[in-house]
Design a binder for this molecule. Structure first.
Ligand code: GLN
Length: 251
């Protein structure tokens, strides 16, 4: 299953997330340590989105190729710095196309989004939820994949003004109902806050001195990484991290 990461803090070269650490995202593409639920490498594309200084809308680069085959990316990633980054490497679920537009991050205005996991019973399991989406959203899906429809469901709630953590938790709740057994590690950011979930896959958080990193797997052996237990929702800024159960216990 895919790997993803999000960073908020002082500007850093993209390279310091994608390539330089001992267990960088590029390393996690070909030698992940904690793949759960199938898949061995993440060779079916990658994407990186970041905010240039002062920008409201992020810039995004995606590809259907393995991240390690992009020979220009290391130099570009050394030359570009940002204080808000979301990047992902993809292991396509069987039956889903290996195309650039299926690689995260997905984007809309100021948002970047990634999904690590699978929707069980896709597409029929989500048909009832998809029917509530505007037909334009369905006709302009990035790709015919579970992650793209998941993004369309989150995006519709964001567009209607729902707070991001509520939107993410609501979509996860709907999917758990209609597609039980789905793996739903989501990651959403607007460059100021990050929302992440754990449902079926690994995730760790590294709160730091004025920066926060969220990553499927720790990028280095440093002691500050904290694993996030399954079934949790992370809400974070550069300076604060809060981890709560996705679903409140019944009272
Ligand atoms: N199911 C999604 C896809 O195929 C995400 C894959 C993953 O997490 N491995 O794009």
């Amino acid at each position: 299953m895919c790997r993803h990461l999000g960073y908020l803090g002082p500007p850093v070269p993209l390279r310091s997330l994608l390539f330089d650490p001992p267990h960088s995202l590029a390393t996690q593409a070909w030698a992940p340590r904690d793949m759960r639920g199938g898949g061995t490498i993440n060779a079916d594309g990658f994407g990186v989105g970041w905010w240039p200084p002062g920008a409201v809308v992020p810039v995004r680069h995606r590809s259907a190729m393995p991240i390690w085959t992009d020979t220009t990316l290391p130099a570009l990633a050394g030359a570009v710095s940002s204080g808000a980054v979301l990047a992902a490497v993809r292991s396509a679920t069987v039956g889903m196309p290996v195309v650039e537009t299926a690689a995260a991050p997905f984007t809309d205005g100021r948002w970047l989004f990634s999904h690590n996991g699978v929707i069980r019973g896709w597409p029929s399991a989500v048909a009832a939820l998809a029917r509530d989406l505007p037909v334009d959203d369905l006709l302009t899906l990035d790709a015919p994949t579970d992650s793209a429809i998941l993004w369309a469901l989150v995006r519709a709630r964001l567009r209607s003004g729902e707070p991001p953590a509520k939107a993410v938790a609501a979509v996860v709740g709907d999917l758990v109902t209609v597609a039980p057994g789905s793996r739903l590690n989501l990651l959403l950011t607007d460059g100021h806050q990050m929302i992440a979930t754990t449902l079926g896959h690994a995730l760790s958080v590294r709160p730091g001195r004025g920066s926060t990193l969220i990553s499927s797997e720790p990028l280095d052996p440093g002691p500050s990484w904290q694993p996030v237990a399954d079934g949790h929702l992370v809400t974070a800024t550069a300076t604060e991290v809060e981890i709560t159960p996705i679903f409140s216990a019944p009272s």
